[in-house]
Every structure is written in structure tokens, then in C-alpha cells.
Design a protein around this ligand. Structure first.
Ligand SMILES: [Zn+2]
Length: 112
């Protein structure tokens, strides 16, 4: 990481022995920056998610949405196949999202 002293103080990062002029990777401002390998920096703290519960109505909406996507076989990718037909399919990302959502639903149902 290449960072200026302002960002160093803000993040409580170490000061490097050698400094050079350049654009800070954090604030993008030109400054005399510290050059420290990222592995020597403390791992960024992950945001902590508050424990939350969903009410029955929110749960129902989520469940209905997932069921609708499945029943209607909703696709997120469309292309003309060249013969006047439209091909529709699900992208890998969409498939994974639906799979994860279904897994979460069944997990929630088991634990309730
Ligand atoms: Zn900076």
C-alpha cells in the first residue's frame, strides 16, 4: 500500500522508513507517501452485521419471490439465436443467487 500521512493516521497504519512522492492509494491525493507491503498492514475490519430477524410478512415476500423465479423459470440472459427465436437462460450468477436463496429459505424453515 502507498498512503499519505493523513491516511496513515486515520487508519492507524505504520510509517515506512522510506517515503516517496506520489498519489495516495487511499485518498488519491498527491503527497509524500508511505510505501508498506499490504501484508504488513492489519487486516481491514469487516463490518459487523447486526443480528436481525425478519417478520412473517417479509419472510413471505422473500419466499414468494424465490418461488416465482422458479415457477416462471425467470431468466436474466436473452439472445436472438439467429433463426427468429429468442433464447433465454440463467446466468451462472443468477443460478447461484437462486440456489443460495433457496438454501437460506430451507435453513430458516428448519430452524424455526
Ligand atoms: Zn491519503
Amino acid at each position: 500500500m502507498f498512503y499519505c500521512d493523513d491516511c496513515r493516521v486515520k487508519n492507524d497504519w505504520p510509517e515506512s522508513f522510506s517515503k516517496s512522492m506520489g498519489n495516495c492509494e487511499m485518498c488519491n491525493e498527491p503527497a509524500v507517501c508511505n510505501d508498506v507491503p499490504s501484508r504488513n498492514l492489519p487486516a481491514p475490519t469487516k463490518p459487523v452485521l447486526k443480528a436481525c430477524t425478519i417478520n412473517e410478512k417479509q419472510w413471505q415476500i422473500f419466499k414468494d419471490l424465490v418461488e416465482y423465479l422458479e415457477e416462471e423459470n425467470v431468466s436474466d440472459e436473452v439472445a436472438d439465436d439467429g433463426d427468429g427465436c429468442i433464447d433465454e437462460w440463467r446466468s451462472a450468477k443468477f443460478q447461484i443467487l437462486i440456489k443460495d436463496a433457496k438454501m437460506m429459505l430451507s435453513h430458516l424453515e428448519e430452524s424455526s
